[in-house]
Design a protein around this ligand. Structure first.
Ligand SMILES: CCCCCCCC(=O)SCCNC(=O)CCNC(=O)[C@H](O)C(C)(C)COP(=O)(O)OP(=O)(O)OC[C@H]1O[C@@H](n2cnc3c(N)ncnc32)[C@H](O)[C@@H]1OP(=O)(O)O
Length: 258
């Protein structure tokens, strides 16, 4: 979808051009009209080329296994991935692996935001480091029926906070992202309104942990979500969090509520 104003703005100028009866003015306006027409075609061509991108390139799914994954990460991935592949009716499948891109593609499928997003250099915070394994390696498995998800997270060397351990802000980033993904999956666009974190034990740099997130309750537009970060065998609790997400109209993200 291309914004109507962009497509038809010059078209309106074209129809208005014939309202003046004066011959020279009509001549001038015809030249203007030809210019407007050429310009419109150029705009349409540019916009249609733009609208083909990025759909003509398959986006990279950053949550697929790569060489930087430690055996523990691969093992946890295979465990949850196997749950996704349980045979049967598609609708009855409980677990799904969510793909993960470095752009928020969802909003580029159409509407007035298309050109804004396409022109943007924005990249998702957790997916903007090119070297595999250097920062956030993670994959989210969603269970919509049970209103919960599990994220397998391997924390790379660029996420250091206290020596040899993961930065609390990096842990918070992952918690916010996973809880936000769950709330968004259940409701559509959401924003974090409130996030409370208790750090119970430090996470060694390079280690693999699980983030278990669950939807606690919904009150109108408010989604209350919990999260626990544990070792992969779940014997050690690293972090606990609760958060409130508020569902928003997409216009809220662009400052144009409607
Ligand atoms: C794939 C990657 C996923 C990544 C997910 C990451 C998510 C994020 O990090 S989002 C970025 C950080 N968050 C923000 O920038 C949000 C900034 N805040 C806002 O935009 C707004 O305050 C927003 C959207 C939260 C709420 O605004 P608005 O839509 O006007 O709702 P508003 O009417 O104020 O509040 C709605 C309800 O929520 C409650 N509420 C709002 N904020 C809070 C809060 N901080 N604490 C408690 N309650 C709150 C209100 O009291 C109200 O409750 P009720 O309906 O019972 O009266």
């Amino acid at each position: 979808m291309i914004p109507r104003s962009l497509l038809f703005g010059r078209g309106l100028a074209l129809s208005h051009a014939f309202s003046n009866q004066n011959a020279s003015t009509v001549h001038q306006q015809l030249s203007m009209t030809a210019w407007n027409l050429r310009s419109s075609l150029r705009n349409i061509r540019t916009l249609s080329l733009m609208s083909l991108w990025p759909f003509n390139v398959k986006p990279r799914d950053f949550s697929l296994p790569n060489a930087s994954w430690r055996p523990e990460m691969s093992k946890a991935y295979e465990y949850y991935n196997a749950l996704c592949e349980i045979e049967g009716d598609e609708k009855r499948r409980l677990w799904r692996k969510l793909p993960s891109y470095n752009r928020v593609l969802k909003y580029t499928t159409g509407g007035v935001y298309l050109s804004k997003i396409i022109q943007s250099k924005a990249r998702l915070f957790t997916r903007n480091i090119k070297e595999p394994g250097a920062a956030f390696e993670y994959v989210v498995f969603m269970n919509k029926q049970e209103k919960r998800c599990v994220c397998v997270f391997q924390a790379g060397h660029l996420l250091e906070g206290p020596p040899g351990h993961v930065h609390g802000g990096a842990v918070a980033t992952m918690i916010d992202s996973v809880m936000g993904t769950l709330a968004g999956y259940m409701s559509g666009p959401v924003m974090t309104a409130n996030l409370n974190i208790n750090y119970r034990s430090p996470i060694p740099l390079g280690s693999v942990v699980l983030l278990h997130s669950a939807l606690d309750r919904v009150e109108g537009r408010k989604f209350f979500v919990t999260c626990r970060v544990t070792s992969t065998d779940e014997s050690k609790l690293h972090t606990e969090a609760t958060a409130l997400f508020v569902s928003v109209n997409v216009g809220h993200l662009f400052g144009t509520r409607f």
